[in-house]
Ligand binder design. Structure first.
Ligand SMILES: Nc1nc2c(c(=O)[nH]1)N[C@H]1C(S)=C(S)[C@@H](COP(=O)(O)OP(=O)(O)OC[C@H]3O[C@@H](n4cnc5c(=O)[nH]c(N)nc54)[C@H](O)[C@@H]3O)O[C@H]1N2
Ligand SMILES: Nc1nc2c(c(=O)[nH]1)N[C@H]1C(S)=C(S)[C@@H](COP(=O)(O)OP(=O)(O)OC[C@H]3O[C@@H](n4cnc5c(=O)[nH]c(N)nc54)[C@H](O)[C@@H]3O)O[C@H]1N2
Ligand code: SF4
Ligand SMILES: [Mo]
Length: 704
């Protein structure tokens, strides 16, 4: 009997990117633990990934290539050989490419965050074909753009400093569920006397553990930040030295925020003026007293119309009070730009250039509309083929009824690379089995810490599963693509992932990373203590010329959500409740929903509703309800609770539709409208009505 321990990295779309130790006994992975020596991980994993062997050896793993035999969406398949699968796909894509390669669309996201199994061989392949490019906006692009305008690059407070902060503001995030290793440091800071303030419409697990919870209406964060700046500036709670040396546009900012009195802000946000004033005073006073004050802004606040501006406005706060001076102060939203990724080597964009004009770009967040669009001069060719990998669009993309209608198109050729038969896989013409993180090699950046992470393969692939890279390598060979880059191994790709000509990653060494599990970037612990903003001016830009050029307000401002009582009273008279659908603790987006032990913990799709809103609708805990608006409806079981503020309902997500009683999930009611910046979706900018399901849906009388 042989037992080995293999060093790996968590592949999931989570800021923590943990270092894993995989115990392998006689070729079988028996245990996955957190590496105690990796500082961010500190030997701890979340419940989901501690169950990784259960997911990898799941009885429903896809083990062979398959071809659809039933109707689209029915989920009936028969086994075929790899040869047949690759031949079928290559022939079909070649025929489409002959007419117009832009009719082919890759659809992928963050099933794995690996630079190898994510977008390396796949992008080379689609660049070489000349396929449409996918604009990957579904998660963080609104806030990324807003942050970059202000701070310049997505860098920020180092995770490993958070325990030293004295005031921590968690703004639109729920780290107990979605950023565990930040949370353990927040707890340590609290034990050392730090105060924790949470800004969230919902009393999340994290808000429950805070010293103060400010429950504003969804989509109003940009206004709250304006109100805070109003108070900080008018009460002179400012670090004048920092402002003078390292910021741009303070005089214009001072003007712009005058209109945003605490009273006006309170009305927009559905909170009290005292809450606005007190938060500004607490934040400014602590900072001026020389204490580290830190803002952890997260994705909850980016998912409505003003999502980009919300992050931009919040990103002005640390510069106003000089919070960046401290290693444990400042702000973190994502530290992705810390990593000098070698995109040219990974993706070979020059392969695309042989097609002349730049490829058409399709936004993944409007895939519902785009799949249903006919060819036109503005749009280009109709989408004729979709290759889906690392993503589950039928469950996660907004306005799902349209997404499903698109996937149902008989003339659409759909290939899905997956571990499981997800809601999207049900629509595949060809379904291909992909390897999991335990079965392939990869290398990872992180968006929550600054370590380059290596993943060794712990076990041989299950059944006939293949890594994404190998599938695209086979397709490239079958289509006769002779460039050298299509012959590179996964190890060769990984070895080029970070730039050796950049000071932060000059020491990157793939062999060393594989042996140790990780290498820390050369990053200063307080990167913006003395300026060094990567904006055009080199300063924190309160006033942004680049925003003006992009047609945006160059100064912090606020636009109401598309759908809210204040912005659209007429719509609100029919659909008075705001709905948000943030991640459930035991799922990772739609991953893990099919792992029995984790699904059992979440139970079934729920809707949290305030007692007042429930009472006026005669709804009690345990009732099944229908949640609906003009776009669609879904069913859920109500929990009457003051965790949801009045006027708000919360459906923790993202459920696989096939595990819900009515075969639907929260994306039935979400819209394809986009944010002010970054073309991102507005998942939490939604009005609905909720009614008790007295009778079963099919015999219920039609409501007026
Ligand atoms: N367990 C678990 N962890 C995850 C994920 C998961 O699905 N499950 N998903 C991963 C991914 S892809 C991402 S992007 C991150 C997301 O992680 P987070 O940024 O933490 O995002 P959410 O959980 O979407 O939102 C966090 C909180 O924002 C609140 N919120 C909603 N709307 C608003 C608003 O308008 N303003 C404010 N201030 N708050 C609002 C929600 O009530 C929720 O409690 O987590 C990652 N980690
Ligand atoms: N209503 C609502 N909708 C949302 C959100 C929300 O909060 N509310 N959150 C949004 C956000 S933040 C995000 S990031 C998106 C997430 O959307 P997606 O990135 O699509 O995330 P998942 O649903 O986890 O789907 C990833 C799929 O990739 C597969 N996969 C994992 N590793 C591999 C691999 O190596 N190879 C292949 N071929 N497949 C692999 C997994 O099995 C899984 O089915 O959802 C968005 N949708
Ligand atoms: S999902 Fe996040 S917390 Fe869980 S193991 Fe992966 S990186 Fe760590
Ligand atoms: Mo995300």
């Amino acid at each position: 009997m042989s037992t080995t321990v293999v060093r790996a990295a968590c592949p999931h779309d989570c800021p923590d990117t943990c270092a894993l130790l995989v115990t392998v006994k006689d070729g079988v992975a028996t245990e996955v633990r957190g590496d105690p020596d990796h500082p961010p991980t500190s030997g701890v994993l979340c419940t989901k990934v501690a169950r990784y062997p259960e997911r990898t050896y799941h009885k429903d793993r896809l083990l062979y290539p398959m071809r659809r035999v039933g109707k689209k969406g029915e989920g009936k398949f028969e086994r075929i050989s790899w040869d047949e699968a690759i031949n079928t796909i290559a022939e079909r894509l070649a025929a489409i490419a002959l007419r117009d390669p832009q009719a082919i669309l890759p659809y992928s996201f963050a099933g794995t965050m690996g630079l190898v199994q994510g977008e390396s061989m796949s992008m080379r392949f689609f660049n070489r074909i000349g396929a449409s490019q996918l604009e990957r906006t579904i998660c963080s692009s609104a806030g990324s753009v807003g942050y970059r305008y202000t701070v310049g690059a997505r860098i920020g407070t180092d995770l490993e400093q958070v325990q030293n902060a004295k005031l921590i503001v968690i703004w639109g995030g729920n780290p107990i569920a979605s950023n565990l290793h930040l949370w353990t440091r927040v707890q340590a800071a609290k034990r050392n006397g730090a105060r924790l303030i949470v800004i969230d419409p919902y009393r999340s697990l994290t808000a429950e553990k805070s010293n103060q919870h400010i429950a504003l209406l969804p989509g109003t964060d940009a206004a709250l930040a304006l109100g805070l700046m109003h108070v900080l500036i008018n009460e002179n709670l400012l670090d004048h030295d920092y402002i003078e040396k390292y910021t741009l546009g303070f005089a214009q900012l001072r003007e712009a925020v005058q209109a945003w009195t605490p009273e006006r802000v309170a009305q927009e946000c559905g909170i009290s003026a005292e809450e606005v004033v007190q938060l500004a005073r607490d934040y400014g006073t602590a900072a001026l007293a020389g204490e580290p004050v830190m803002i952890r802004a997260n994705y909850g606040l980016q998912r409505s119309r003003s999502g980009g501006m919300a992050v931009r406005n919040i990103a002005c706060l640390p510069a106003l009070v000089g919070a960046w001076r401290h290693a444990a102060g400042g702000m973190q939203i994502s530290v992705s730009d810390s990593f000098p990724k070698n995109m040219a080597a990974l993706q070979h964009p020059e392969l695309q250039k042989r097609h002349g004009a730049a490829a058409r770009v399709i936004n993944m967040s409007t895939i519902g509309d785009d799949l249903l669009r006919p060819a036109s001069a503005g749009f280009g060719p109709k989408i004729e083929a979709m290759i889906v990998y690392n993503a589950n669009p039928v469950a996660v993309a907004p306005e799902s009824a349209k997404v499903v209608k698109g996937f149902q198109r008989e003339d659409l050729f759909t290939v899905v690379l997956e571990h499981f038969q997800t809601d999207s896989a049900d629509y595949a013409d060809i379904l291909l089995p992909a390897t999991t993180q335990l079965e392939h090699v990869d290398v990872h950046p992180s968006y929550g810490h600054v370590y380059m992470m290596a993943n060794n393969a712990a076990i041989t692939p299950m059944g006939e599963a293949k890594p994404n890279t190998e599938i695209f390598r086979l397709l490239a060979a079958r289509m006769g693509f002779g460039e050298d880059c299509f012959g590179e191994s996964d190890d060769q790709i990984a070895a080029q992932a970070f730039r050796r000509d950049h000071p932060r990653s000059a020491h990157y060494d793939w062999e060393e990373a594989k042996a140790k599990g990780w290498q820390r970037l050369q990053m200063p612990v307080a990167p913006l203590a003395e300026g060094g903003f990567e904006t055009p001016s080199g300063k924190c830009e309160f006033y942004s010329e680049a925003m003006l050029k992009a047609g945006l307000d160059p100064l912090p401002s606020y636009t109401r959500p598309y759908e809210s009582v204040l912005s659209d009273p007429q719509l609100a008279s029919r659909y008075p409740l705001a709905m948000i659908s943030p991640p459930a603790r035991n799922f990772l987006n739609s991953s893990f929903v099919n792992v029995q032990s984790l699904r059992d913990t979440e139970g079934e799709p729920h809707l949290d509703m305030h007692p007042d809103d429930a009472a006026t609708r005669n709804i009690a805990s345990g009732d099944m309800v229908r949640i609906f608006n003009d776009r669609g409806s879904m069913q859920a079981k109500v929990r009457v609770t003051s965790k949801a503020r009045t006027g708000l309902v919360v459906g923790l997500s993202i459920w696989w539709k096939k595990f819900a009683a009515d075969g639907k999930n929260a994306n039935e009611v979400t819209s394809q409208r986009l944010t002010d910046m970054g073309n991102a979706p507005t998942f939490y900018d939604v009005l609905v009505e909720v009614e008790k399901l007295a009778l079963t849906a099919d015999v219920a009388p039609v409501a007026g």
